[in-house]
Design a protein around this ligand. Structure first.
Ligand SMILES: [Mg+2]
Length: 368
């Protein structure tokens, strides 16, 4: 495929609202509806690709409004570029709107999807196809009262989930009680405790101690403290002996350098919505080279954005912990095709690009 035939000719985007089955409550905020933006890019050869922007103000500082403003500007900026040079497109987007990572991510995903469709390869092939097999994801249990917490966990357990990512960080005593109740109810499970920056160092140490006391298995402590408190992250690793994952602390490659230099984490949680796709690939390579482990997650995303993340898992390899569950928390699935969930497993796809289709909205913004 030559460069001219893969020129970006048209960018379309529209709002997608998907209700959540249960309120998604974390230490820094709550959501009842995923308020995202879908995008479609058309190349001069007619190939089309989809993308999704899932702004999450507490992590990226982006609202849907600011994301839409960025998309108007960025959509124009990429017209005429070649989709084959998708890393250059990522760089152009980054230079123009570094503080709009979700908008950049949606455009990059759509460009890469279109390019893969035109090239007739699955998106994971583009990244190397290093580890193409079904993979297990954790399941997220939001902050809720004790009964609700256990009921949600039990429901997922029945479907085969064994790694429970517990949202914590608001109230140490209550967090310990919630985990203990789930631990007592469900045999053979492990926890990720995701503090979303809500703990102090002392809180987190008490939390880890409390979980140890009742015999719970804590696989990972994710972003226990505020993003720039890397000293506490390092201390928590040392003092608990539990691996720590940096999520909010890593919103760029430069952040990843800092986390590594300060010994602040065992894992880096890659999210395309924090950095865009090209930079996520760079951070993943750097993380592996630095000897840290890889986790991958998302904001509250449908299978469009999450399919792109799963393509990185399948293509790049080396991801130990998958937190690719948010489509399961949504009341409906606005797309067809692509990867599938079977219980806690994500099943790879074999069609080109993301191999997905979305119905178009009545209300589309078109840039051409
Ligand atoms: Mg997190």
């Amino acid at each position: 495929m030559d460069d001219i035939s893969s020129t970006i000719r048209k960018v379309e985007f529209w709002l997608v609202d998907v209700p959540l089955t249960d309120p998604f409550v974390v230490a820094t905020g709550a959501r009842t509806i995923a308020e995202n933006v879908f995008l479609r890019v058309t190349l001069s050869n007619g190939a089309q690709g989809y993308g999704e922007a899932a702004p999450f103000p507490e992590v990226g500082g982006e609202t849907r409004e600011s994301c839409l403003i960025a998309l108007h500007q960025l959509g124009k900026a990429i017209l005429g570029h070649s989709a084959a040079s998708y890393t250059d497109v990522g760089r152009v987007l980054s230079e123009q709107a570094h503080s709009s990572p979700a908008a950049r991510c949606g455009l990059e995903t759509a460009v890469i999807d279109a390019y893969c469709r035109a090239s007739n390869i699955p998106m994971w092939q583009l990244w190397g196809g290093a580890d193409v097999r079904a993979r297990e994801t954790d399941i997220t249990i939001p902050i809720a009262d004790l009964d609700k917490t256990v009921a949600l966990a039990r429901g997922w357990y029945t479907k085969g989930f064994r790694l429970f990512k517990m949202k914590v960080g608001n109230d140490v005593e209550n967090d310990i009680r919630r985990l203990e109740a789930v631990h007592r109810a469900l045999p053979g499970i492990a926890f990720i405790g995701d503090g979303n920056q809500g703990f102090s160092r002392q809180d987190c140490l008490e939390f880890a101690q409390g979980v140890k006391r009742f015999g719970g298995t804590m696989a990972l402590l994710e972003q226990p403290v505020v993003r720039d408190d890397l000293d506490s992250m390092a201390a928590i690793r040392r003092e608990t002996g539990i691996p720590v994952a940096a999520d909010e602390s890593v919103r760029s490659l430069a952040d990843a350098h800092e986390v590594v230099a300060r010994g602040a984490a065992d894992y880096i949680n890659i999210k395309i919505m924090k950095t865009g796709v090209a930079e996520a690939v760079e951070i993943a390579s750097y993380t592996k080279a630095a000897g840290l482990k890889l986790m991958i997650g998302g904001m509250i995303e449908t299978r469009v954005a999450m399919g792109c993340s799963f393509s990185l898992v399948l293509g790049l390899g080396g991801f130990d912990v998958l937190d690719l569950d948010t489509p399961l928390l949504l009341a409906n699935d606005p797309i067809t095709g692509g990867y599938r969930y079977e219980g806690s497993l994500l099943q790879p796809w074999s069609g080109s690009g993301l191999d997905m289709k979305s119905a178009l909205s009545q209300n589309i913004t078109t840039i051409e």
